[in-house]
Design a protein around this ligand. Structure first.
Ligand SMILES: *Cc1c(COP(=O)(O)O)cnc(C)c1O
Length: 432
């Protein structure tokens, strides 16, 4: 049945049907729903640990830092798991730094990425003492220099260079490493800007950085990007700088469809590790999706089924506000019944309750026919699932649960109607 392939050690899944019920690790999904309702995000912690260890092993021949991309899933229970594994964090905002530090991730394992860091955020990160800023423009470099100088401190920086590598096969919105993307600094200008950086007050050049995109299923773009970065490292060394790390960003792809393959970690390591070893640099990677994507499940209840325009619709209680990937990235997520009955498959659109045509979880999908009241599980939602959810249509956000073997723990309670209006509480609506 399970034909997805990644590295051999990653081929098992934490979500299996036992005694007719889909389990998350050792807990029946029906039990989770009974306790916490739907829609419900569930994360298998042992799957995350397994994936972290596999990556750790692949990179073992070189000094390295796995800086988990917090934006993929910032739940504190997930971050705590990362911290326990020894991970660092890749952050893109003050809010993410706050979470990473709350979870106990040491500041000297935090890298700060993002095109639009504010002066306030720069100051906060300097105060924490983070490992490095991944600087995305010359303007930002000046801002960091100014803030660091005013604080009487020195900022560790890498320039995020744009190596003009095309990661084909990914959705347009997931590509970041082509020359016309808003991200990074043109690699042809990088040497000049590094020279300026080396002379700037409050700045210490510590490394080079890139991030070429997300959900990349081929090692070639990583290899090409790395070659270009290492050429730059040579230039910087000729110019008297001593970079100590190369940050390859995130983007390691995972299988979403049943017949898809993720990146094979051994091929990834073969493509990058020997070249880095020669340079003596520390390798930083910023995986998000790879670590948490396959560990997440979204449980949803079928509210209604109906036919219209020659189509069959399954209307679920989870919508695009809960899981944005299908409508935003045309993301594919496998959907399975929680209690399979062996009924005939039917081609259906699985849609949510939101007042938008773009509100769907799957379109034209062959799915065992379902009835109102039954439960479905949407797979591979651990990354960019809850993290991108909203309260659009004033739907309180789903609860999140972590499962560790046979134990399930609430990691974030379901939002309430009060939560929805809490930030507006100063408006005295009822006295008008
Ligand atoms: C989004 C992002 C990541 C994580 O990407 P994944 O595809 O989830 O691994 C890493 N680094 C940067 C700079 C990012 O923007």
């Amino acid at each position: 049945m399970q034909t997805t392939s990644e590295s051999p050690q990653l081929s098992s899944t934490p979500f299996e049907v036992r005694d007719g019920v889909l389990h998350c690790e050792d807990v029946p999904a029906t039990e989770l729903v009974r306790r916490w309702g739907t829609p419900l995000y569930v994360y298998a912690l042992n799957e995350i640990r397994k994936r972290y260890r596999a990556l750790e092993e692949a990179l073992a021949p070189v000094p390295h830092l796995i800086a988990y991309a917090v934006k993929a899933n910032g739940n504190l229970a997930i971050l705590r798991t990362m911290q326990e594994m020894g991970a660092g964090a890749d952050i893109v905002s003050h809010g993410e730094m706050h979470r990473a530090r709350l979870a106990g991730i040491p500041a000297d394992r935090i890298v700060f990425s993002g095109v639009g860091k504010t002066v306030h955020e720069i100051g906060a990160a300097l105060k924490e003492g983070i490992y490095a800023f991944n600087v995305e423009s010359e303007g930002e470099l000046h801002a960091i220099s100014d803030v660091a100088t005013a604080m009487g401190t020195t900022a560790n920086v890498a320039l995020r260079v744009n190596p003009d590598v095309h990661a084909s096969g990914t959705h347009e919105y997931m590509r970041t490493g082509h020359a016309t993307a808003k991200f990074g600094i043109d690699i042809n200008r990088a040497r000049d800007i590094y020279r300026k950086a080396a002379r700037m007050q409050g700045i210490r050049v510590r490394g080079v950085d890139t991030h070429i995109g997300s959900q990349i299923l081929d090692v070639k773009p990583f290899q090409t990007a790395l070659e270009r970065l290492l050429t730059l490292v040579d230039d910087l060394r000729s110019d008297g700088m001593e970079p100590e790390f190369v940050d390859l960003g995130g983007g390691i792809g995972i299988p979403y469809g049943e017949d898809e393959s993720g990146i094979d970690l051994r091929s990834f390591a073969d493509a990058v590790v020997p070249a880095i070893r020669e340079t003596g640099l520390r390798l930083v990677v910023e995986p998000g999706r790879f670590l948490v994507g396959p560990a997440g499940l979204l449980l949803t209840r079928v509210l209604y089924t109906k036919q219209g325009g020659g189509k069959d619709f399954v209307i679920a209680d989870a919508g695009m506000n809960d899981l944005m990937r299908p409508s935003h990235y045309a993301g594919y997520h496998e959907i399975v019944p929680v209690e399979p009955q062996g009924r005939e498959p039917l081609e259906v659109d699985v849609v949510g309750p939101i007042c938008e045509t773009g509100d769907f979880l799957a379109r034209a999908r062959r799915l065992e026919s379902t009835k109102a009241g039954e439960l479905l599980a949407v797979k591979t939602v651990g990354a960019y699932g809850f993290a991108m959810s909203s309260v659009y249509n004033q739907r309180p956000r789903a609860a999140e649960v972590v499962v560790d073997g046979g134990e399930a723990t609430l990691a974030r309670r379901r939002e309430t109607l009060d939560d929805l209006v809490a930030a507006e509480s100063e408006v005295e609506l009822l006295d008008g």
